[in-house]
Ligand binder design. Structure first.
Ligand code: SAH
Length: 270
């Protein structure tokens, strides 16, 4: 009886050991494999490809797009077609001719103040007047009313030998300095009453007046070459004036009405 009990217990013990052993053998195979955690490696990351260097925008490039849009939307859209005029309007940095506080408005569709109660003309009017002058490279051009110097730069870019007269001494000085700074070295600026033109360099192939007298100044007609063109607004102060194109054929002067405009008055003691 006692022997049977011993053998029974031993048997149980053996069975228990087998079961425990089996459990130890089976368990790791049933549990999911632990996912290996990637160890941080000391290998440095490959350098990220350096971005190709962006072109450094020059101050004028910054405005090239808005200037092109100005030409398309304000000038070509209104019918100015002369390719050379459109090209120079796309090229001349108008924002360099306006006071610092108006730079962001430089390419908008209106005139802007330039100090001393004067204005730089609306881009479309500059283009229209310039096209009417039919400038060819080498032509001699006279401007009355230098203002900022912008219109003079446009004439110079078209290849005209350019003379410009301004009655306000500070504006004449500033415009001359600005034109030099921008490389328009040959444009000549005179501080005088432009009603009388600039006799010394006459006759001119083209004369443009960017301030409005109430009548046609005869000295300007006298300084126009035979076959020359004169573009001028004529009319009352502070109201609409008429923009005229005069063309000289011998003794005869033909006139074409280019439409209504508003310009600052031509001042002076004439
Ligand atoms: N063409 C200029 C804008 C002209 S504003 C530009 O591109 O910026 C008109 C200019 O004509 C003003 O600067 C004004 O001082 C000038 N002006 C007015 N009367 C004048 C006169 N009698 N002689 C010369 N300039 C005159």
């Amino acid at each position: 009886m006692f022997k049977r009990l011993i053998f029974g217990l031993l048997g149980l013990l053996v069975v228990a050991l087998i079961v425990i052993g089996l459990l130890f053998w089976i368990a790791p195979r049933l549990l999911p494999e632990p996912t290996p955690v990637p160890l941080p490696t000391a290998t440095p990351l490959p350098p990220s490809p350096s971005p190709s260097p962006a072109p450094t925008p020059t101050p004028t490039d910054t405005f090239a797009e808005v200037r092109a849009a100005m030409v398309t939307n304000q000038i070509e859209a209104r019918g100015v077609k002369d390719a050379a005029v459109l090209a120079v309007m796309r090229k001349v940095p108008r924002h360099r001719f306006v006071p610092a506080e108006y730079i962001s408005a430089a390419y908008e569709d209106h005139p802007l103040p330039i100090g001393y109660g004067q204005t730089i003309s609306q881009p479309y009017i500059v283009a229209l007047m310039t096209q009417s002058l039919r400038i060819k490279p080498g032509d001699k051009a006279l401007e009355i009313g230098t203002g900022s110097g912008y219109q003079a730069a446009i004439l110079a870019e078209l290849g005209a030998e350019t003379y410009t007269v301004e009655i306000i001494p500070e504006l004449a000085r500033q415009a001359e300095a600005r034109l030099r700074e921008l490389g328009y070295d040959k444009v000549q600026v005179l501080n005088a009453d432009g009603y009388y033109g600039w006799q010394e360099h006459a006759p001119y192939d083209a004369i443009i007046v960017t301030c409005a007298p109430d009548h046609l100044p005869q000295p300007l007609v006298g300084q126009l070459r035979d076959g020359g063109r004169l573009v001028i607004p004529i009319g009352p102060q502070g109201a609409f004036q008429t923009l005229w194109l005069f063309e000289k054929h011998g003794e005869e002067l033909t006139s074409t009405n280019l439409g209504d405009v508003v310009f600052v008055p031509l001042t002076g003691g004439h």
